[in-house]
Design a protein around this ligand. Structure first.
Ligand code: ATP
Ligand code: MG
Length: 231
């Protein structure tokens, strides 16, 4: 199906996924239906262990649904092999993982530059420096992740997710390690990109204030989604 203005950027129907084997198997996603329009911001809330991170991984194509349909930017994941999924991520999706996944042998600047270097961009380091500045870490450019606080690592991961200007940002607790002021600064950055560039945001969060700033929020409960009432 070609991408069109009317089609949602993210479209999930009847998505099911269990993880683990034998007696340890857990049915995590039990029929997820979710459509997110281009330019929308969506908060995902729900208790620990409910499947929020798993849902983001399915949207990113890092986990495959066992049943149902996952379409992102007009591309059905079922029709893509691992290389195709990797290309879709490279071209369209920025991901901030809950545990950051920074490369320990690279400085903050080198970590942020990775997506642009992979794309062969000559301006990779200049762009990366600009994004580190935007997340308030210009002074930490040459630090390795092990020399950064949890909140600083989180902001490096955010800069890396944004450096290639993705149309879709998937962020797992993007402010979870930040105090009030730093958390608000990151949220301002995200919602600013949403407003100015139309970056579609899908944010997993335990923070009701962050969820409330999204256009809408959904709650994961018993493997399904329910609309979260506005506070
Ligand atoms: N590889 C795996 N094998 C088996 N079970 C798994 C695996 N990965 C995750 N799970 C289980 O799936 C459930 C959902 O995990 P998930 O990480 O999606 O939760 P979450 O909503 O993101 O929680 P949190 O808010 O704590 O981050 C949990 O019960 C977890 O133990
Ligand atoms: Mg999680």
């Amino acid at each position: 199906m070609p991408e069109s203005a009317a089609a949602p950027l993210v479209d999930l129907a009847g998505v099911r996924l269990g993880l683990g084997a034998g007696a340890g198997r857990v049915e995590i996603l039990r029929g997820i239906d979710l459509a997110v329009a281009a330019g929308e911001s969506l908060g995902i809330v729900g208790p620990s262990g409910s499947g929020k991170s798993t849902l983001l991984m399915v949207i990113a194509g890092l986990e495959r649904a066992e049943a149902g349909r996952v379409v992102v930017a007009g591309q059905d994941h079922a029709g893509l092999d691992e290389d195709g999924l990797a290309r879709l991520r490279r071209d369209r999706i920025g991901i901030v993982f809950q545990s950051f996944h920074l490369i320990p042998t690279m400085t903050a600047l080198e970590n942020v530059a990775v997506p642009l270097e992979l794309a062969g961009r000559a301006d990779a380091f200049a762009e990366a420096a600009g994004w580190l500045d935007r997340v308030g870490l210009a002074a930490r450019r040459d630090h390795y992740p092990s020399r950064l606080s949890g909140g600083e690592q989180q902001r490096v991961a955010l800069a890396r997710a944004l450096v290639a200007r993705p149309s879709l940002l998937l962020a797992d607790e993007p402010t979870g390690n930040l105090d009030g002021a730093a958390g608000r600064a990151v949220a301002d950055l995200l919602f600013g990109l949403n407003a100015e560039l139309g970056t579609t945001l899908i944010l997993v969060t335990h923070d009701p204030a962050l969820a409330a700033r999204c256009h809408r929020a959904v709650r994961v409960a018993d493997g399904r989604l329910a609309a979260e009432p506005r506070p």
